[in-house]
Design a protein around this ligand. Structure first.
Ligand SMILES: [Zn+2]
Length: 316
């Protein structure tokens, strides 16, 4: 669950380059961390052999608790490869095709793609079909903002009525409207710093997260501070919020990563696990070049927001 923002072209971004930004919203016991990966090369599909830097979702170490949904190890949910192709996707990872299809049919999956040439696409995928909702480029500048429902003509009538943009009770419409408003104010000035300002925004934070019909205790602001206002975290009915924020910059093959809330605030309530460790800045990691590393994964950050010694090769 999240909000994804993409921008490209002269008059939209400050340099005309393509940029993607997002917050990753999860129960606070799920955490993202940065990894670099050199996949095994596959002769039949050479593109799968590109090295990348990305963020992976992980259930933080609580062996006494069952995770509320499965997480596939080793798969990035946002990332950028050695060729400058960047992606952000909504869906949480599954361990097999059956689970993935069930999830795709039950919840929309939305992907933003961008590359070093300035191309940008907003793609919607589900059990009902696939739609390229919007495509922009340096020649056709534009902005794409995705939330947790379909927006394309082809798929929007498959939305759960509770998730539709015009349903006032959920957080999709208000986050999209706020994202559009901020992006319009920053039109022509969008860069890593101004993306950060969007991802730190607290418009609609005052609304009660208990009233969100999509997920109870998931908040309404872009920088999401969902809480049950409890001292302790209930894993069977957890609050959801932004566990990290990312900006992907294809021109530099760079992932700008912020652990926890991009606003840098500390946790207000005990159920906002780990969030007092929120960084107040981005750390920049770049993708390794193909073949720079042996096949495998290297973690650059930990579930509690520490930077690993191995990260130094990839930090900028
Ligand atoms: Zn915040």
């Amino acid at each position: 669950m999240c909000i994804l923002v993409g921008a490209t072209g002269p008059g939209i971004t400050a340099t005309g380059e393509a940029l993607l930004g997002c917050v990753s919203d999860d129960p606070y016991l799920f955490r993202t961390f940065v990894h670099v990966v050199q996949p095994a090369s596959r002769v039949a599909v050479p593109v799968d052999g590109h090295a990348h830097v990305g963020t992976e979702l992980v259930w933080a170490d609580r062996e006494d608790l069952e995770p509320p949904f499965p997480v596939e190890r080793g798969q990035a949910t946002r990332g950028i490869n050695s060729q400058g192709l960047a992606f952000e996707r909504m869906m949480n990872d599954c361990s097999n095709v059956k689970d993935a299809l069930q999830l795709l049919e039950a919840t929309p999956s939305v992907v933003l793609l961008a590359d070093a040439f300035g191309d940008l696409a907003h793609v919607e995928v589900g059990g009902f079909g696939t739609a390229v909702h919007q495509r922009f480029s340096k020649e056709k500048p534009g902005l794409a903002i995705a939330v947790d429902c379909y927006q394309s003509q082809e798929l929007k009538h498959f939305n759960d009525p509770a998730a539709e943009l015009q349903a006032q009770e959920n957080n999709n419409g208000c986050r999209l409207a706020r994202g559009r408003q901020l992006a319009a104010e920053l039109r022509g000035k969008l860069d890593v710093a101004t993306f950060r300002a969007i991802l730190s925004d607290h418009g609609n934070r005052e609304r009660n997260p208990e009233e969100n019909p999509l997920l109870k205790w998931w908040g309404y602001s872009i920088c999401n501070h969902g809480t049950r206002k409890n001292h302790t975290y209930d894993a069977t009915a957890p609050p959801w919020g932004s566990v990290s924020a990312e900006v992907l910059q294809p021109s530099l093959c760079a992932l700008h990563y912020n652990y926890g809330w991009a606003c840098g605030e500390k946790a207000e309530f005990g159920d906002q696990l780990f969030q007092s460790r929120s960084w107040s800045h981005f750390c920049t990691f770049v993708s390794p070049s193909d073949g720079q590393l042996p096949t495998g994964h290297i973690a650059c950050t930990t579930v509690d927001g520490e930077i690993t010694p191995e990260a130094k090769l990839f930090r900028r």
